[in-house]
Each structure stands twice: as C-alpha cells, then as structure tokens.
Design a protein around this ligand. Structure first.
Ligand SMILES: [Zn+2]
Length: 432
C-alpha cells in the first residue's frame, strides 16, 4: 500500500472510487504528495542503507567504519559536500543558502546486552520481518540517519531548499556523553543553525524537549584510628550515610514541571576508604544521579546537595561536592573533556518552528501530530540546553525498543521520517 493509499483510506469519511481518483490527483499535484511518494519510492533503499549500518558495530568511540559507510551513501545520493570533523562526526551538506538547518543523528550504539536474548542472527545481522528492520541501532538511532540521507535525496530531486544550507550530521559518542559532539560542532566547527532537528526515536511524533541530568560525586573526609577505640576517630561513612538519607528526602521535595515532569536525585554508588577493616574510615564518597526538570540548573542542584549535607549536620570542611568530568578518547584520538552536566531544554509551545513542524506534518500525513517529550536525553542538551538553538525532533522507531534486545524499527517509519524532514525544509523554504 502506498502512502497515498494509506492517506486516503485513513480519512475519517471513506471516499468512493471516483473521489479516490480525484483526491489522488489533488494530493499528487501538491508538493507534500510528491514528497510522500518520493519517500515511498526510496523506502527499500533507505532500509537497505540502515541494514548496512547495522552490520557495522559502532559502539561509542569506535564509529570510524560506520562513519565511512555513511559518507559513501551521502556521496552516492549527491550531497554537495561530505566531511568529517576532529571528533569523527560526519557532516553532509546540501545547498549554500544563508539560512542553516541541521538534522542530527548520533550513529554510535550501546552494547549488545545478553547475546542469547537476540533472535535471528543477532544484533549485527539485520533482517526485515513483519515490515520491521531488526538489529542493534535500528531505533537508537541509525534509522534516523538513514531517513535523513534520503530526505536529502528527495530535497535534491525536487530542489526545495534555495534559501538554505542543510547540514546532516552523523554524530559520535552520544551514548557515552550526550551533546559532546554538538559542543564540538558549535564551538570548534562554528556551526550555528537556526533550527536543529533531532532524529532520535519519537515513534513518529514531534518532541520538543526533555529533562536534563548531571552526575555528581560527594566526597567526605574523616579521621582514621584503631577500630577498637572508634571514639578517637571521625568516621566518614557515618557522614556519608546521614547525607544519603537527606538526599532521599531531597528527592521527595523536588518539584514537578507540568510538561517535563519531576526532577529526581538518587544515590547510585557509595564507597569508602580505610587503612584496614579494623580501622575507622577516613574517606567516603557518594555518587548521585540527578535528573533536572524545568528551572533546575547545575548551580541550583549543587546548592541543594550542599544543603542536604548541612541538614545532615555536616560542616563545610567535612564534604566536597563536584560534577564529574568526561574525558574519553574519540576514535580520531582527540580528547575533548567536558563536565557531566547536561542541561534541561524545551522548545516553547508557541515557537514558530514548532508551528511550521506541525504544519509540515499535517501536510505529509494528513493528520494531527502528537507533540510530546523524550524520556531519555539527547544531543539537544548541547544545541538547545547549552547554546539556546531552537531544537525539536521526530524520529523513526519506538523508544521502548532502544537499548533493548531485538531492537526493531518499522520500515514505513523510515520513509515517513524522510518525508517529514523534506517537507519541513520545503515548508520553511516557502514552497509547499
Ligand atoms: Zn540515542
């Protein structure tokens, strides 16, 4: 069934045969109809490209080979320029207009998990079954990458972008440190689009934000002494324990935002040091996972942790709270350190970009989109959270399959997403 047929049949009042012919003519004469049809024409090629990417394992910091495969496809479909930045992300360009839109897919994946839980040939032997592509990365999120490249092809075919420079970024290391690749693109490559479209899975809905997060370490100092006379020492584990219980109470006090949900904090690890198992602990640490909702920042979150320690009866000299650092080496050899602070972001409900995205969606799919948010974090923390660049997203696949065994993405989502990306550009360019 073509997208056209699906659109006609999905209409609330069914059309008769004559009306269908008439309606088909109207749709085909519209640009949205042409875009939808092109996307359908390229659907199996898009799926094959996705399957090629899945065959190449591409864990974070090991993306070299898959980046080369993406470069090859971009060159094949006629991108104007394809290059690779210092961190190893691939950047395809179409057009050279004054306005810039970037479409982003991270192309690293998480590990395989328990291999025996995978059916068929396993995570790196993709297959199509029941209209879905199975394999690691199909949803999170090489499916988005495949759709982006064929959106570029459609835009080239129909020449719908004269005002724009369109960038299609296949970015690295996201699963390890979301947003690092975009910090690099913005700070070092000086890329500053008017809009970034994230292609992480949204089950074909339009998403406009998500909670931020940070990783915090709190270190406690004490004084060791012989365990037979603990009163001579000062036990760091007791300080950490009292603080941990205050962190639990802090979590209950954190506020909720009607759109993004509640901020949370939890203790994820506790460690301690002591000269012997027969000595009072002179050091302890707590690791905290903090999820940040609207209005919560690094500064506010760190102040709350210090306050929790004070509520636990600790003095300033008893503890030190800090944000952890990320400093892994990219496959290019570059180390580009950053703090593990990933700011919250949300595009305002009345944004003109969101309005145009909704209109493009209505144009292509002839129905209303659901506008919602991601549960997990994306590169939007850098584009929107750190740099204030308007960011929204639509991506193939359902996020419930991300990081799971037997990850799979409907083939029709691939063509649907490609059609949406092309339609958005066409609409913003004023041609639809
Ligand atoms: Zn992802």
């Amino acid at each position: 069934m073509s997208i056209l047929d699906a659109r006609l049949r999905g209409h609330e009042t069914p059309f008769n045969a004559n009306e269908i012919t008439e309606r088909r003519d109207i749709i085909m004469s519209s640009l949205y109809g042409q875009i939808a049809q092109k996307a359908k024409d390229y659907e199996s090629t898009t799926a094959s490209f996705l399957m090629d990417m899945v065959r190449i394992p591409s864990f974070s910091c090991q993306e070299r080979e898959v980046v080369q495969r993406i470069r090859q496809e971009m060159e094949k479909v006629g991108f104007d320029e394809v290059r690779i930045d210092g961190l190893g992300s691939v950047i395809g360009r179409i057009g050279s207009g004054k306005r810039v839109i970037a479409f982003d897919a991270h192309i690293d994946t998480v590990g395989t998990g328990n291999m025996s839980a995978w059916k068929g040939g396993g995570p790196f032997e993709p297959r199509v079954e029941d209209g879905k592509v199975f394999g690691r990365g199909t949803v999170d999120q090489e499916g988005g990458m495949a759709a982006m490249v064929y959106a570029g092809k459609i835009l080239k075919d129909l020449k719908l972008y004269d005002q724009f420079t369109l960038l299609f970024t296949g970015t690295v290391m996201e699963e390890d440190c979301d947003g690092l690749c975009w910090q690099y693109l913005i700070n070092e490559e000086k890329i500053k689009p008017e809009l970034v479209v994230i292609t992480e899975p949204t089950n074909m809905n339009i998403y406009r934000g998500h909670r931020g997060r940070m990783e915090i370490r709190v270190s406690f100092s004490g004084r060791s002494c012989h365990g037979s006379a603990p009163e001579r020492g000062d036990n760091a584990i007791y300080k950490a324990s009292r603080t941990a219980l205050e962190i639990e109470k802090l979590n209950q006090r954190l506020k909720a935002d009607p759109f993004l949900g509640k901020g949370t904090v939890t203790v994820t690890q506790a460690t301690s040091s002591s000269p012997s198992l027969c000595a009072v602990a002179d050091g302890a640490t707590l690791h905290l996972d903090r999820r940040l909702t609207s209005g919560e920042t690094k500064e506010s979150a760190m102040a709350e942790v210090a306050d929790a320690a004070r509520r636990a009866g600790l003095k300033e000299e008893d503890f030190k709270a800090e944000v952890l650092q990320y400093s892994e080496k990219a496959y290019t050899g570059l180390v580009y350190p950053t703090e593990k602070y990933y700011p919250t972001w949300a595009m305002p409900e009345d944004s003109s970009f969101l309005k145009q995205a909704v209109e493009a969606y209505q144009g292509v799919f002839e129905k209303e989109p659901l506008v919602d948010k991601w549960t997990f974090s994306t590169n939007g923390i850098a584009t929107a959270g750190m740099h204030g660049i308007p960011t929204l997203g639509l991506g193939p696949g359902n996020e419930v399959h991300a990081h799971a065994s037997n990850e799979h993405c409907p083939v029709e989502h691939l063509s649907g997403a490609a059609a949406f990306y092309a339609a958005l550009v066409a609409h913003m360019n004023g041609k639809s």
